[in-house]
Write a protein that binds this ligand. Structure first.
Ligand code: PLP
Length: 395
């Protein structure tokens, strides 16, 4: 059999190098990359600041483990605390690991405060929190659970935008409410500000922690450093990963003081988490994201992209029936009988890379550094893809 496990299927395209928003395959063919490694390569490919940070660190020190202090980890943590609601940070290597850490911190907080019976989390239908056994149980996506036995206990799932269901799910064992401010994999579904505010109020009323999964929405993707900044709602705990280090594997759990204080010495850990290589790149990535006007440009680019795509949707309402999302996290809702993969394949045929999501949505998650020219090019590619689909269905 093929030496790589078949869980990703067997992709046929492979790339040799990347430059900014472009990827080049092994035949030298150029693609416009509006997938960015699934919202990871925020600064595009081969960004000079990241390349130089990684090279410089690689020549000095790669890994020491958390048995030793890592100055760049302390620096990254202090910067994130000053840029967010958080008082302390735990670093790990991926989104699902960050979510595991976030839920563990929420459980630990209650145990530490004399309520060990509070350990369950209320989670939302249509969510995606990763692929570990616990996070599969948190999202309860039947496709992802198939063949992996009974989902782990500790998660009570409720429909979104339904406060009665959420209130009904609260028991004396509830520790936390968990939500993505914009559901990514589930189909680019933004949760309304009212709903998030009600969630915060209910959490405060019952002494629960509010945990946000900003693995996909964080680090500038929506035009704010964190998506919840678009609202008046602040979580107690937050998981980040994807765009945090521009493509170097890294994740983080951000928490307020009372939660972080319960994670006493020995309570949690990660061998690789926050190692010198990851932290050098994460700090360099953060330098760029926090530079003057960078996020304003993301907002502007997002508006231009969405406006362009709305134009395409207006011309092809039988193929694209809605455009939704925030900043450079944009979803095109594909109208049945067309499918998101058909539209994605047609876009790839005209050299534009996108990503599918749930609810028949095709996602655009371009590098945050894209300019007007790339936006025009991408919108034009989607127009061509729609024309190709329209003429194939006429035939
Ligand atoms: C991608 C994603 C995860 C899982 O991240 P991995 O790095 O693949 O483990 C979790 N939550 C959200 C919202 C995501 O988009």
């Amino acid at each position: 059999m093929n030496a790589v496990m078949p869980n990703y299927g067997y992709p046929t395209i492979s790339f040799e190098r990347g430059e900014g928003a472009y990827l080049f395959d092994t035949d030298g063919h150029r693609y416009l990359d509006f997938a960015a490694g699934i919202a990871v390569n925020s600064l595009g490919h081969s960004h000079p600041a990241l390349v130089s940070a990684l090279k410089g660190q690689a020549e000095r020190l790669w890994h020491v483990s958390n048995l030793y202090a890592i100055p760049d980890q302390v620096r990254m943590a202090e910067r994130l605390c000053s840029l967010s609601f958080a008082d302390a940070i735990f670093f790990c290597n991926s989104g699902t690991e960050a979510m595991e850490g976030a839920v563990k911190a929420a459980r630990r907080f209650h145990a530490h405060n004399g309520c060990p019976e509070k350990w369950r989390a209320i989670t939302l239908e249509g969510s995606f929190h990763g692929r570990t056994l616990a996070m599969l149980a948190a999202s309860k996506n039947p496709k992802h659970l198939d063949g992996f036995g009974d989902p782990a206990d500790g998660f009570d799932i409720v429909p979104v935008h339904n406060m009665n269901a959420l209130r009904d799910a609260i028991t004396p064992e509830t520790a936390a409410i968990v939500a993505e401010p914009i559901q990514g994999e589930g189909g680019l579904r933004p949760l309304s500000e009212d709903y998030l505010r009600d969630m915060r109020a209910v959490a405060d009323e019952f002494g629960l922690l509010l945990v946000f999964d900003e693995v996909q929405t964080g680090f500038g993707r929506t035009g704010k450093l964190f998506a919840h900044e678009w609202t008046s709602v602040t979580p107690d705990v937050m998981a980040c990963a994807k765009g945090i280090a521009g493509g170097f594997p890294c994740g983080a759990v951000l928490a307020t003081d009372p939660v972080a204080s319960s994670m006493t010495a020995g309570s949690h850990g990660s061998t690789f988490g926050g190692n010198p290589l990851a932290m050098a790149v994460a700090n360099a990535n953060l330098d760029v994201l926090t530079a003057d006007s960078f996020l304003d440009d993301v907002v502007r680019s997002g508006e231009a992209l969405q406006a362009g795509l709305r134009g395409v949707a207006d011309r092809h309402p039988d193929i694209i029936c809605d455009i939704r999302g925030k900043g450079l996290m944009v979803g095109m809702v594909v109208a049945a009988p067309f499918t998101n993969s058909q539209l994605g394949d047609a876009a790839r045929d005209v050299d534009l890379l996108t990503v599918v999501a749930g609810e028949n949505v095709l996602r655009m998650l371009p590098p945050l550094i894209i300019g007007e020219e790339e936006i025009v090019q991408a919108v034009d590619a989607i127009e061509q893809a729609c024309q190709a689909l329209a003429s194939s269905s006429d035939a």
